[in-house]
Ligand binder design. Sequence first.
Ligand code: HEC
Ligand code: HEC
Length: 442
Amino acid sequence: MNRSQLGAVAVGVAVVVGLSTMALFVAAPSTAALSTAPLAVKTQANLKWAAPEDPFASELEPVDRGFKLAKHCPPSFELTDKGCELRSLYQFYDSVQGRGVGGTQTSLPANRDGFSPQQIDLGRFLFFDPLLSGDGSQSCASCHQPDKGFADGKALSVGATGAVGTRSAPSLWNSAFLTRLFWDGRATSLEEQAQGPLYAANEMNNNPVQLLASLNGNKHYPVMFEQAFGVGGGITLDQIYTSLAAFQSSLISLNSRYDQYAHGNHQALNEREIAGLNVFRSFVARCSECHQPPLFTNNQIAVIGTPEPAGMALDIGAEATFNSAKLKGGFKVPTLRNIAKTAPYMHSGVFDNLRDATEFYTKGRGHAVPEGVEMNLHWHIWEPDLAEHELDLIVDFMKTLTDETAKPQVPVTLPSGLEQPILSTAADHFVPEAQVITDSVE
Ligand code: HEC
Ligand code: HEC
């Protein structure tokens, strides 16, 4: 897309927004059609595969012709003159304060958005490409797999060289809303965060010089970066971090059955699930004090005293980040969105299932804190004495927080020509349907 086309799109969308913001949701498909209308000219004959009806699909041309980046925003985003902007019904609700903690119709905190469709799509290729690791064996997706809620199903992640890490890979859903990243909150932006795994010896084990050399020396990436950033002259580290941030900010999950219930459709949850929600947000269980709707995190760090797996030393967590003994054993309150997909649970993956993770909270305040260790436990961690059936209800409720409608396509062919690591290790269940060549395209 060139700049004048972008301008034309922006004008079209601005008119619609001006008419009625609410209409935007009702008329989402036609708005999307309007915003993409000037861009509809496609070279169908050149397409190897694409899913034009899927707004997140890139138009992937035969490899010798290069990769064309998507011109459309992912689901939940609207293309405006600021780039792809998030649209959610939650943006119409009052502040959290106005409704009380645990209320269903509460507003969202600020989020990262405004990236162009091309930057988001470039980030998708980078995220899945093992070229980013030192030995070409591991991509971001190796540990953040779309089919596993963007976690990896392991208690502790394993790096490119086979080194076992010290923490569990968190989900990346709704990371657009995070103000602190990593379990101990040591990064403050997605761009800063990305430099952790890229260069850590026990993760992707790369270095900035090699990373730039391999991307700049690649046949396709320099052209793709030029498409995404509008400037040539060589790929920069900042462009790499920006694209990864753009892609990760597009992973929005706000349309689960719970959300339909929250927006007023009472049929969306059954009686057990509603009862579970009510236990979850009760002042007895207090889950929603920290796992606050709609994101099911309050974006804070809390000391709750989860156990370490047998044989592992105490992880002091945020104490190290903030150099504060009060935060010993403090971790970021994780989102519970798509939580049914991301077992095992907690920073160390110590609990195999949601039932065990929930039961932790009712086993007694500080029951897992090692003897002799001073921990400043959060005041909402107490002795709620939840009954067995109440724990089951909470688990049933948490399972309603699954929404993967914005799950991106896994690129089968990568610009690096390297094998897709997550396809090769999980091929039996990981053939993304949207990428199967359909008769509508060729
Ligand atoms: C070897 C496995 C592994 C690889 C590869 C990996 N990650 Fe991670 N990721 C983790 C683990 C483990 C954590 C938590 C580490 C911690 O908190 O100290 C994490 C944390 C994160 C977080 C913070 C999420 C949050 O809720 O705070 C983001 C964002 C993230 N990774 C993105 C990426 C990106 C982008 C890449 C590729 C450049 C990548 N990861 C590669 C394992 C991995
Ligand atoms: C005081 C704040 C607080 C309260 C109250 C709270 N949590 Fe948590 N929750 C956390 C923190 C912090 C973690 C991460 C702890 C760790 O990794 O050691 C967490 C982790 C979790 C996890 C694992 C998430 C993952 O991605 O691994 C689940 C599930 C969970 N909480 C459910 C609940 C339920 C159910 C309740 C109510 C019974 C509850 N929480 C109450 C702060 C809280």
